[in-house]
Structures are given as structure tokens and as C-alpha cells.
Design a protein around this ligand. Sequence first.
Ligand SMILES: [Fe+2]
Length: 186
Amino acid sequence: MVKAWFMDNETTDQRLEHHRNPPEFIEIDELFKKTGVEYFLIDADNYQNDKVLVDLRQKRNYTYEDEITCSEKCLPDYANKLKSFFTEHLHTDEEIRLVLDGSGYFDVRDDKENWIRIAVSKGDLIIIPAGIYHRFTLDANNYVKAKRYFVGEPVWLPYNRPADDMDCRKEYLKHQSEAFAHLNKV
Ligand SMILES: [Fe+2]
């Protein structure tokens, strides 16, 4: 089950938990209201038949899917890839990931520039909205296998911060000011 918390400001190894002292966790509902990040629990061993995922794909028209494995052995150009994943960026489309195995951290910025760390593991499906500043890192286990979904032809292009003039960023900030209240969860 997913957990999320506010990060400290230490510049030590990005794969550590980086809890504040004392730790400050945030509930998933609160995370959605603050950032628009959505979370669903999926049966990773039988995801093709998982009703939540089937409904989600249908309603949001996720027509594309593939699988990615991040580990030193499986990912070409591993060190540079990890560096780019961990560089603060945004996308013009949602980033949808379902963890099939292993684990990792998605970090997202809240409205006060805090980093919130979301620890994902097997069965966690996370939707990072278009226009939010975020980054990804493996944790100390150095391994994650995940499904990626997309509407139409996939565009994985990251726009590194600053990207404040982009339409998707402006749109995101508007949604955030409305606490994402108009967005319907499946
Ligand atoms: Fe991203």
C-alpha cells in the first residue's frame, strides 16, 4: 500500500527515505486535493483482469501500454537515465505507472514548493497530472518493473523546470487553485 510524506532538505543519497524529523505523512486523499496525484490499488498478478484498471483504461482512453524495468542490468545507459528521471520536470500529458514488481519514489511539488515523496511498490497505480513538477528515483532496492499507459501515441518528453509558461503548467495551476474538485475519480 502506498505511503507519502513530506521530504527533508538533505542532499544525501536520493534513494534514502528522506523523512522529516519527526516524519510528516500525508494521506492519499489529501495528496490528491493538494497536488491532483491520483492513486489506485491494482492486483498486479492479474492486472489485465483487474476491474479498477479495466474501467480506468476504458474511461480515460489509455490505448497505449508498455512495460519498463529499471535496474542497473536492464536499463541501457542506467546512470544517465536515473539522473534525468530525478531532474525536476513536467509533461504535457499524464504520467501513468502501475508497479508490477520492485519499488521506487515519485516526488511531487506541492503548492508551497515542498517535495512530497510517494513510495510505490507492487500493485500501486499512480497518475501524475500534466503540468506538475515532479521527479522519480529508485529506492535502496534499485529495482522496479512498471507498466506505462498513455492516451494515443506515447510522448515521454520531459520539460525541465522552469517551464512556467507552458499551457499545461498554467492549466495545472488553475486546477490546483480549485483543489482539483472538478476532476472525477473513477
Ligand atoms: Fe516524469
